[in-house]
Design a protein around this ligand. Structure first.
Ligand code: ZN
Length: 386
């Protein structure tokens, strides 16, 4: 499953796999307890000869195998991402399954398809291997029950996640196909989100009907899962429209209209009286430009303090500026999504923006982009344990 989760409370770090930090959310212990209880009591009823605590220990064992199956599914997504040079920030198991939090999305629809399909691919391969193992070894008793249970857990994980709507893996497959056909990743995201919303509502309807006693399919869990799918599908639909909007903007659109800029020939007197007064003390450092409007240095507001007030009229900004310009410069016509990627990758919070002719346009702060795309979160991957 691929969806967006802004943050999750109560994560316990368990270790790391292939260099990926691995967490278990406290909500997962509910799954552990439920599976141990339901499978343990099932075994106790089916095999009355089993002594005392054995069915429960086997139930716990089965729950841990479910844990391993979800983890294997997430590792499938993660290794496909790593193969494309995409970092994996963490793998987390929680109430609805697992999440592989990827550093960024695949650059191509083909890459996105591979990352999406790798999780269900691992689950279905495990199903095939376990099913074959059960047939070949001709197991019997509790051992046979556990192997076939594990086989079907993986089958269910694989098939459920292939449902064609976001945030499920099948939704990401659909997204990558629509992306490939239309050449537009946002169209894919929007389409797969819509199907995800339909699947979410269907699950809510099925769960509600079961709770009301109208139908015997599904249960409260179906309703809860439907709500979870719907809220994530809503979020990705929203994210698609925000990204689509951002895609039409350039660096110039996010450049501060009150950027801290001053000409190098301006006197310190004028700098203090006109420029600083206009910007109302918002900035601590100004970008300095020459006659042609090109960036030549920076000047700190504090530099004024080092010069006696009666000399401000005779000294220009050029005399006190620093010619070092530690900021990275980008072109004003660069797409805003690329700018955002640069900021994230280089861990910058601010850039200078220049026009085609080299003239300084102003300062672009990451916050300005954030304001344009409020509510958008990072992409994540997940597998649901149904
Ligand atoms: Zn998945």
């Amino acid at each position: 499953m691929i969806f967006e989760v802004p943050h999750m409370n109560g994560n316990i770090r368990v270790g790391s796999l292939f260099g990926i930090p691995f967490y278990v959310n406290v909500s997962w212990f509910l799954v552990l307890a439920l599976v141990t209880w339901s499978y343990g009591s099932g075994l106790a009823a089916a095999f009355p000869a089993l002594p005392g605590t054995t069915p429960w220990l086997l139930g716990l064992f089965a729950a841990l195998l479910l844990f391993a199956s979800v983890l294997a599914h997430e590792l499938g997504h993660s290794l496909a991402a790593l193969q494309q040079g995409i970092g994996v920030n963490s793998i987390t198991l929680f109430l609805f399954g697992g999440l592989a939090a990827l550093e960024k999305e695949s650059a191509t629809p083909g890459g996105a398809f591979k990352v999406a399909i790798a999780g269900p691919g691992v689950s279905l391969a495990l199903f095939a291997a376990l099913f074959t193992l059960g047939q070949v070894l001709a197991l019997s008793g509790p051992m046979s029950a556990i192997v076939s249970l594990l086989a079907y857990i993986n089958l269910a994980l694989g098939l459920f996640n292939l449902l064609p709507g976001l945030p499920l893996d099948g939704g990401n497959v659909v997204k990558s196909i629509v992306w490939r056909v239309t050449g537009n990743p946002y169209k894919g995201l929007t389409f797969a989100s819509r199907i995800g919303q339909i699947i979410g509502w269907l699950a809510i309807g099925i769960g509600a009907a079961a709770i009301a006693g109208i139908s015997s399919i599904g249960n409260g869990w179906t309703l809860l899962m439907g709500w979870f799918l719907l809220s994530n599908a809503n979020r990705s639909a929203q994210s698609a429209s925000v990204q689509q909007r951002l895609a039409n903007l350039t660096a110039a659109d996010a450049t501060a209209t009150d950027s801290p800029m001053v000409s190098q020939d301006v006197s310190l007197r004028s700098f203090a009286d006109d420029v600083l007064l206009q910007t109302a003390g918002t900035w601590r450092r100004f970008l300095v430009t020459d006659e042609a409007g090109h960036l030549v240095g920076t000047v700190a507001v504090d530099a004024l303090q080092a010069v006696a007030r009666d000399r401000w009229a005779s000294i220009s900004v050029k005399d006190v500026m620093s010619t070092e310009t530690p900021l990275t410069t980008i072109a004003s016509d660069q797409p805003l999504l690329d700018v955002l990627r640069t900021l994230d990758e280089q861990q910058f919070s601010v850039l200078t923006v220049t026009r085609q002719n080299g003239q300084l346009l102003g300062l672009l702060e990451k916050q300005a982009i954030m304001r344009l795309m409020q509510g958008q979160a990072a992409n994540m991957h997940s597998a649901a344990a149904d």
